[in-house]
Design a protein around this ligand. Structure first.
Ligand code: ADP
Ligand code: ADP
Length: 223
């Protein structure tokens, strides 16, 4: 079953930057790595897929539904790069606020939160204020937000990049677990290790274009 499909998906910001003619197909349960330097166009591509920005040309579907449509958004979780939280809130409050903004049922969300806090390894710290969180804990909270609606498909934009080695390790283990649960994962990273550890397939992106695509071993040998 194909989960993500794009055809010549293109974003031109009008300054020659963006993403050019990206054609990809990603199956259920796959972990796909989008690997490239800063400015390559990774965030742009994911923002188009989750419906935050409009493509200039081309098309794409999630679960067969056109990107940007409500139906396509329903089953996805998204962890943006460098997520900022209101730091006077507790982790739990951030999650409740997030549920509200996403139009989720408040009671349903509230019931899920303790289990979710355990799952991402925050546990009781989930009831502390975010201003007392390390960056690693903030990323785990971000993941909890992305997981709140129990999505089948997760988009993760540089989830480990801003973290110290310990935080990176924690987040990587967590992502591995999510993959083992059968989630389809689309991972943006400029770190080879992130992709190597988690992904089945990888595309190398530079200047908005895919240079090569294949299994992790294939692509990394070519490099
Ligand atoms: P990455 O996620 O790989 O770091 P981005 O998708 O954020 O790359 O950015 C790709 C390129 O597009 C960069 O050169 C960036 O400066 C440019 N860019 C991103 N957003 C905009 C925007 N809103 N307007 C103009 N250029 C942008
Ligand atoms: P990202 O987190 O996607 O890599 P950046 O940190 O490069 O994005 O940029 C932060 C914000 O500024 C984003 O909303 C992006 O779209 C916008 N932006 C990035 N580069 C440019 C640019 N050259 N011109 C205008 N806006 C930009």
């Amino acid at each position: 079953q194909t989960v993500i499909e794009t055809r010549q998906l293109t974003k031109d910001y009008g300054n020659g930057r963006g993403c050019r003619q990206i054609t990809l197909s990603i199956g259920a349960g796959e972990a796909f790595g989008f690997l490239g330097p800063n400015g390559a166009g990774k965030s742009t591509f994911v923002k188009m897929l989750v419906g935050l920005i409009q493509p200039t040309a081309g098309s794409g579907t999630l679960f067969g539904e056109p990107i940007g449509s409500l139906a396509a958004r329903r089953e996805i979780g998204y962890l943006p790069e460098l997520y900022r939280y209101q730091e006077w809130l507790t982790g739990e409050e951030v999650l409740i606020l997030h549920a509200k903004l996403c139009g989720m049922d408040r009671l349903h969300a509230k019931k899920r939160i303790p289990q979710l806090l355990e799952e991402v390894g925050l546990g009781k710290r989930g009831y502390d204020r975010v201003k007392r969180y390390s960056k690693g804990m903030q990323q785990r909270l971000g993941l909890a937000c992305a997981l709140l609606n129990d999505p089948k498909l997760l988009f993760l934009d540089e989830p480990a990049s801003a973290l110290d080695p310990v935080g990176r390790h924690e987040v990587r283990l967590l992502l591995k677990r999510l993959k083992e649960q059968g989630k389809t994962i689309f991972l943006n990273s400029h770190l080879l290790e992130d992709v190597e550890l988690l992904c089945d397939r990888v595309a190398l992106l530079n200047n908005g274009q895919i240079l090569t695509e294949g299994s992790v071993t294939e692509v990394l040998q070519e490099k």
